[in-house]
Design a protein around this ligand. Structure first.
Ligand SMILES: N[C@@H](CCC[C@H](N)C(=O)O)C(=O)O
Length: 290
């Protein structure tokens, strides 16, 4: 099985094309290949598949084998993968990528001097403040600045779905926050029926927020695109930023815009190829995939 390793702000993915459908043993493969000691190492395994409603479909399996509905950094990587490998007409710099949680998402490509993709602007769709992925049982209302307790410590959170679930918490200093202690406790808090990605955020100015993330199914990652979108939504709802702001993550910056007219979120950031390779048959067999 041929693969390409890509990364978006250090959020890294093993991208596999050429399959007709999601392999039966995708979860086992993800666990094995994403392992940073015994595998290739990545935050997720991404399959680029045919689509009836878009140029391609993306399916993402987290490093723990769970499937995510959506992934902002991976969609930029997939856009680069299909364009740079000429899997779409090279005259087109506007494509659509279907995701499980957010339908067909339009992406705009910016090309470098070498004609390859350097940056991608993604229409991430509308944020959802209540629904199946975020807790609606609390007073029957969208959950904004609501108390949540983990092992005796009190936080306040805003729940946002970007197709996948997010728990956004404002803290005094996101860069110094003890992610490893509180991230896993909040990821699995009973408020979140399908677990959650947890963002710890400090607003630095009306156009800049700093964020650290504990991702569902992957733990501490260097960046989370959907988490940056959820962060901006929570910050705007709290009256702390404008509707366009830079979100700084450990791996770099994303520009996020929440359009007032159409309620959609736009995310702009880079994507890079790291290397290509091939997983040998005996390794696939160990994961039950051959
Ligand atoms: N890193 C991602 C989100 C990946 C999926 C996430 N771990 C989940 O389970 O929802 C991003 O860039 O959005």
């Amino acid at each position: 099985m041929k693969f390409t390793k890509l990364q978006g702000l250090g959020n890294d993915f093993i991208v596999v094309g050429g399959e007709e459908r999601l392999p039966e043993h995708a979860a086992e493969l993800a666990v094995r290949l994403c392992d940073r000691n015994f595998g290739i190492g990545a935050d997720g395994l991404v399959f680029v598949l045919p689509s009836d409603i878009a140029d391609y479909t993306m399916r993402i399996i987290n490093a723990d084998g769970s499937e995510a509905e959506q992934c902002g950094n991976a969609i930029r990587c997939v856009a680069k993968y299909v364009y740079d490998n000429a899997l779409v007409d090279r005259n087109r710099t506007e494509l659509t990528i279907e995701t499980k949680g957010a339908g067909a998402q339009p992406v705009q490509l910016t090309l470098g001097d070498d004609g390859r993709v350097v940056q991608v602007r993604v229409d991430m769709g509308e944020p959802v403040l209540e629904g199946r992925l975020v807790p609606t049982t609390i007073d029957g209302n969208p959950v904004k600045d609501y108390p949540i307790e983990a092992e005796g410590r009190q936080f306040r959170f805003t729940a946002v779905s970007m197709g996948n679930p997010h728990c956004v918490i404002f803290v005094d200093d996101a860069a110094e926050f003890d992610l490893h202690t509180w991230g896993p406790k909040l990821e699995t808090h009973p408020y979140f029926p399908r677990r959650a990605n947890v963002e710890f955020v400090t607003v630095r100015s009306r156009s800049h927020a700093e964020m650290r993330v504990w991702e569902r199914g992957a733990g501490p990652t260097l960046a989370c695109g959907t988490g940056a979108c959820a962060t901006l939504v929570a910050a705007v709802l709290a009256g702390q930023t404008e509707r366009t702001a830079t979100v700084s993550l450990k791996g770099g910056d994303l520009l996020i815009e929440w359009n007032e007219r159409n309620n959609r979120i736009y995310m702009t950031g880079p994507a890079e190829i790291v290397f290509t390779g091939e997983v040998p048959g005996n390794v696939l067999a160990k994961a039950g995939a051959r």
